[in-house]
Design a protein around this ligand. Structure first.
Ligand code: ADQ
Length: 474
């Protein structure tokens, strides 16, 4: 069978039994690479004075990884710049936070060329190549320009924005065109597929050849939704672990008979944490009978500290959480516990299980795996209630959650009230349907569906190889 090459910005194959610490995505990719004797290629996370094109090959937890270093300028223009200050906010519907700087755009193109240059010598003719996420959209174009004819697939973990929003990005058509150098484009949801097809059809005159196959720029590409899941089996193991049970008991003790409303997120403006705090404040104001009977625990681990919008958000959350506690706390009750340290997955599993409400209210999210982990961690005989934003990719399939508009304080506040009062029978019925979906559509299924679909693509719809190197920047 052909070998699988996974390419992502960062590379982190966990050990076989990474139950406590490793994320499901990394576990699933590493398992496929071990089976296939594949290769995982990406940036080492290190910067050097001068990029040399050298890479280091090593075995990490049974997976062959190839790592390259970048220059400090690359890190600032490509990673902190175009990826995290241009594409991330734009694709999460925050044009107000987008930095449109030509140097970022140039750095993004340069780094994708560097990825291609370094990767090409490692590719065998029948390898299949799977590129992950928005950092590497132009990679297939750069590989094709260097003569690579292999099947190449791309999966976008974040949403694809609406056409009118994408239009605010200078040279956005070049980004769309770059995606036509792939054979298969995977999105999280049907909605994202439709948004991409709309961009391609309206602005790049792409033709729909047959369902899910688009043609433009003399090339064809298959477009399909592959909703990502969690590592349901491994996560169930984490839920049953001693550590999870210790944390569950710790939380039950600290609840002191109160009901816990839980939020768990990377500290990111797309997760809607500030809006969630505001909705919780509305809930406290509108439900005086619930004061001191509930509390919210928000775990928000710091991320992308080098980007100013993240520093600003941290400051806001510190202030708003302080205001809520200042207004409502009593000597024996703190309404909002706000925690910035990260927790291991088995610790989180125990915390999820002790929560009466899982409050997952991103303003935009590709999928949101926290929603799925919360469901997987519940006690089947007494499950909690998931409140889920209509703007998370997960809402497309997790329809038995209480679906809310995260921008409406009243909407979220009412859902909290309803969730706290929900009878056991309804909680069980909703949870059973949700859990069934989480178990069936897990991360292994996501990976296998994508890889099988890529393998099955006949080269007759493979893109034509372009002899000229085109770049995103002008
Ligand atoms: P993230 O935005 O990082 O990922 P999310 O799906 O919310 O997405 O969480 C990913 C993982 O991080 C989960 O396994 C969760 O347990 C863990 N995590 C989150 N907060 C944590 C915390 N405070 N402490 C410890 N662990 C924490 C991107 C996209 C998502 C998409 C995923 C997968 O933005 O939309 O679901 O990729 O494709």
């Amino acid at each position: 069978m052909s070998r699988l090459i996974v390419v992502s910005n960062r590379v982190n194959p966990p050990a076989d039994s990474g139950v406590g610490t490793a994320g499901g995505l990394a576990m699933a990719l590493a398992a496929a690479l071990r089976e296939d004797k594949g290769l995982w290629f990406g940036w080492s996370g290190n910067t050097v004075e001068q990029y040399t094109g050298q890479m280091s090959m090593q075995k990490v937890n049974g997976v062959t990884v190839a790592l390259m270093d970048l220059e400090a300028q690359d890190e600032s223009e490509y990673y902190n710049g175009y990826a995290n200050r241009t594409l991330w906010p734009l694709f999460h519907y925050r044009p107000d936070l987008v930095a449109y700087e030509r140097s970022f755009d140039e750095g993004y193109t340069r780094v994708n060329m560097r990825f291609a240059e370094t990767l090409v010598p490692l590719i065998d003719p029948d390898d299949i190549i799977w590129v992950q996420d928005y950092h590497l959209i132009p990679l297939a174009r750069e590989l094709r320009a260097r003569g690579v004819k292999n099947r190449i697939g791309f999966f976008l973990h974040i949403p694809w924005p609406a056409r009118r929003l994408l239009a605010t990005l200078p040279r956005q058509n070049e980004l769309v065109e770059a995606l036509f150098s792939y054979d298969l484009l995977g999105f999280q949801t049907e909605d994202d597929c439709a948004a991409f097809i709309d961009s391609a059809a309206e602005d790049s005159r792409a033709e729909v050849l047959r369902t899910g196959v688009l043609k433009a720029f003399g090339k064809s590409v298959r477009v399909k939704a592959f909703p990502i899941g969690i590592d349901a089996v491994d996560f169930s193991g984490a839920v049953k672990s001693d550590t999870a049970e210790t944390y569950r008991k710790l939380m039950v003790k600290s609840e002191a008979g109160r009901k816990m409303i839980l939020g768990v997120d990377r500290l990111d403006y797309s997760k809607g944490i500030e809006e969630r705090f505001a909705a919780y404040e509305t809930f406290l104001a509108d439900n005086p009978d619930q004061l001191a009977k509930v509390f919210m625990l928000q775990i928000a681990t710091r991320s992308r500290d080098d980007v100013d919008s993240y520093q600003h958000l941290r400051g806001r959350l510190d202030a708003v959480s302080g205001q809520i506690n200042g207004a409502y706390a009593t000597v024996d009750w703190v309404p909002l516990r706000y925690v910035n340290r990260p927790y291991r997955r088995d610790e989180l599993a125990g915390i999820y299980r002790a929560a009466h409400i899982g409050l997952v209210t991103p303003l935009r999210d590709g999928m949101n795996l926290v929603a799925k982990e919360y469901v997987a961690a519940q006690d089947p005989s007494n499950p909690g209630v998931l409140i889920l934003s209509q703007f998370a990719g997960a809402a497309e399939t997790m329809t038995e959650a209480l679906i809310v508009n995260p921008l409406s304080r009243e909407d979220v506040s009412e859902a909290i009230r309803r969730g706290l009062a929900m009878p056991l029978k309804e909680r069980k019925a909703r949870w059973e349907a949700l859990f069934d979906n989480v178990k069936t559509n897990d991360v292994d299924r996501w990976r296998d569906n994508f890889v099988n679909c890529l393998r099955a693509i006949k080269l007759d719809i493979a893109p034509e190889v372009s002899a000229k190197v085109e770049t995103v920047s002008s």
